[in-house]
Ligand binder design. Structure first.
Ligand code: 5GP
Length: 189
């Protein structure tokens, strides 16, 4: 295990696409001033509102491959066919501050098993709600929407592999529950 990982408190939020994970992550960061968000690298294209270095580091596949070859990633996954996402080791720098990972179920499961940390699965109330949220968000093409929904069914089967499940019936309630779980974890960690 890279030494730096042994010292950093890792908090993971994992969920199917459209479950509300990113909205929850934003409010969690506001609630814990010492916490930082780990910015991942991805080969997918930026959405209109996304900026390189803020939501993600947007890279080409050859650049992503170079990061793998150089052992620069803590973990990575091909989350959707042809689209890669990874956690750069360079995000793990400050031993004292907890690091928040927004990460898919496979990556989360891998990091939790290999390095530990506290991982919360954010669940949508149902697949129908998830579809509606993805449609309302309007960020995906019809094809990608179908890909994401198909994968969501598999992702839901991972729910019990983590430390806690938060069902996102309402954003406010889900945020409160997530913050309270993280507070308890950090108190004992
Ligand atoms: P999106 O394209 O909606 O931003 O993200 C798609 C999925 O990739 C989400 O489940 C998100 O949590 C996950 N993801 C984002 N960054 C990483 C990462 O560094 N590693 C892994 N394994 N998954 C990630």
């Amino acid at each position: 295990m890279p030494d730096i990982v042994a010292h950093q408190k890792l908090i993971g939020l994992t969920a199917p696409s459209g479950a509300g994970k990113s909205s929850i992550a934003k409010q969690v960061l506001d609630a814990f001033p010492s916490m930082r968000l780990s910015v991942s690298v991805t080969t997918r294209s930026p959405r209109a509102y996304e900026r390189h270095g803020k939501e993600y580091y947007f890279v080409s596949k050859p650049e992503f491959d170079r990061l793998i070859t150089e052992d620069a990633l803590l973990e990575y996954e091909e989350v959707y066919p042809g689209y890669y996402y990874g956690t750069p080791l360079s995000e793990l720098t400050d031993h004292d501050s907890p690091l928040l990972l927004d990460i898919d179920v496979k990556g989360a499961s891998h990091v939790r098993t290999s390095y530990g940390g506290f991982f919360i699965f954010i669940s949508p109330p149902s697949i129908d709600t998830l579809e509606q949220r993805l449609l309302n968000r309007g960020t995906e093409s019809t094809e990608m929407l179908q890909t994401r929904l198909k994968r969501a069914k598999i992702e839901l089967s991972y729910a019990n592999r983590f430390d806690a499940i938060v069902v996102n019936h309402s954003l406010d309630q889900a945020v409160k529950k997530t913050i309270s779980l993280i507070k308890s974890y950090l108190k004992d960690a």
